[in-house]
Design a protein around this ligand. Structure first.
Ligand SMILES: [Zn+2]
Length: 160
């Protein structure tokens, strides 16, 4: 059963892992939480500090998000981007919606150390690449990352 959410999304879907994380039923390494959003570490990070931002309401696709909610996600991504640049000394932070893994809108925010951190096989000369899931990060390391990002996030105020 699904119920309508005030933002026009759906209420908790019991088979959706991100709805369960949003509700606090499944623990996560949380970086930020407010009325609408939750941001937490990807446990299979591309790089340490790889964060996922989700709306608490269930939407399948980013293009279905109300503009205000989409803006709130981007805005939090901007703050996280500044925090990651300060924490990791990187020049760029990637922000992207892909949705190939869990069908609950989530933005990936990834500190980019190499151009290939976010790429397509189209851009790679060598053919016949095979892909795997990134290794599971250990929880002690994830807890340290939460502390590091929170420290820098507190110095990354809202954009005006
Ligand atoms: Zn969901």
């Amino acid at each position: 059963m699904t119920t309508d959410h005030p933002t026009g999304g759906h209420g908790p879907q019991h088979d959706c892992i991100f709805c369960r994380i949003a509700a606090g039923e499944i623990p996560a390494h949380v970086i930020h939480e407010d009325d609408q959003l939750k941001a937490f570490l990807d446990i299979h990070p591309i790089r340490p500090g790889h964060v996922l931002i989700i709306p608490k309401a269930h939407y399948d696709y980013y293009e279905s998000l109300p503009a205000q909610l989409a803006a709130a996600i981007v805005h939090l991504g901007q703050r996280l981007g500044r925090a990651m640049k300060a924490a990791y000394g990187v020049e760029r932070v990637a922000f992207l919606f892909t949705g190939t893994d869990v069908a609950h809108v989530h933005a990936h925010v990834v500190p980019m150390h190499e151009k290939t951190d976010i790429t397509s096989p189209v851009y790679i000369e060598q053919q016949g690449l095979s892909f795997r899931l990134a290794p599971r990060a250990d929880d002690a390391g994830l807890r340290e990352t939460v502390e590091l990002l929170n420290e820098h996030l507190s110095h990354a105020p809202a954009a005006k």
